[in-house]
Design a protein around this ligand. Structure first.
Ligand SMILES: C[S@@+](CC[C@H](N)C(=O)[O-])C[C@H]1O[C@@H](n2cnc3c(N)ncnc32)[C@H](O)[C@@H]1O
Length: 280
């Protein structure tokens, strides 16, 4: 996987602009508000947003548009999301939430645990009148307390997996929220290695705990009940992953996690082969 050149697809188009009717003073107010939200957040303004009269650069740049462009090119998300209930977990400024809102999703749940990040998303939703976005200040781990089980058609987990202290617990929580046939779209850093299953521990550099190998990401998707996750590099050491929830049956593995399972017996045959676990 690491030897092939990652594909590059065009960015999705940013569909929102400030109304032409705004006066220079009103535009100045928007700019002032955006700069204020930037200054208040420890990690600053997230996504680069084109407001029309001005562009606000973000620390995450416009990568969200390329992520959306790849989802489009591969048919991983639909052009029309009418009637779909979707979520953007770890939304920060909400670039991806707003793309989905513009595609007429019935509801976009925009989740972030950092209030100052969510405030950026909430402001953009108000400004661009995206009333189908529901901003929710919560940790991913707490979502089962806020969202009805089996109620979501699609979850976007972009740039978040490696921030989770416990990726498996996080993925399992998301699995519970998806309908059968629902799709989890992940963007993550990875080691392009389909032969060994491991996650480098990141010492929390740049807020990242983990860098999983591509096989490890596949294994984790399998853990959450999705066989054959589609994992594709779109940048060196960054991938996009599509995992479908195919069943509500109990997960194939039960042990080795720090939360209660119904019994302690392994539910799947275990291998004693350690080779796939070793880094290259
Ligand atoms: C690198 S940004 C990604 C932003 C956006 N999803 C993207 O791909 O451009 C990660 C965001 O996830 C949020 N986040 C990290 N861990 C989280 C958790 N456990 N629950 C909710 N949000 C989380 C952070 O606050 C941050 O806004």
């Amino acid at each position: 996987m690491g030897k092939t050149k990652p594909p590059q697809h065009p960015a999705a188009e940013w569909p929102f602009k400030l109304p032409d009717s705004l006066t220079p003073d009103q535009i100045g107010e928007v700019r002032h508000r955006v700069d204020d939200l930037d200054a208040k957040a420890q990690y600053g303004w997230g996504h680069t947003i084109d407001f029309g009269p001005f562009i606000k650069e973000g620390v995450l740049k416009d990568n969200y548009l390329y992520i959306g462009g790849h989802f489009d090119a591969w048919g991983w998300w639909p052009q029309s999301m009418q009637d779909l209930r979707v979520a953007d977990i770890g939304c920060h400024t909400g670039g991806l939430s707003l793309l989905m809102a513009h595609r007429r999703a019935a509801e976009v749940l925009a989740v972030d645990e950092i209030p100052q990040h969510l405030a950026q998303c909430s402001y953009l939703c108000q400004l661009f009148e995206a009333s189908n976005v529901r901003p929710l200040g919560a940790s991913l781990y707490a979502l089962p307390d806020h969202v009805e089980p089996g109620s979501l058609d699609m979850i976007v987990l972009s740039g978040v997996l490696y921030h989770l202290s416990d990726m498996l617990v996080g993925l399992l929580a998301l699995r519970g929220l998806l309908k059968i046939g629902g799709v989890l779209l992940i963007e993550s850093n990875v080691v392009p290695d389909d032969e060994h299953s491991y996650a480098n521990f990141g010492r929390f550099a740049m807020g990242m705990w983990w860098q999983p190998s591509t096989l490890c990401l596949r294994d984790m998707c399998q853990f959450m009940g999705s066989e054959g996750a589609d994992i594709r590099l779109y940048r060196p050491n960054r991938c996009l992953c599509r995992a479908e929830k195919v069943t509500d049956d109990p997960i194939p593995f039960r042990r080795g996690l720090n939360y209660p399972f119904e019994d302690l017996a392994d539910a799947a045959p275990r291998s004693f082969e350690l080779k796939p676990m070793a880094p290259k």
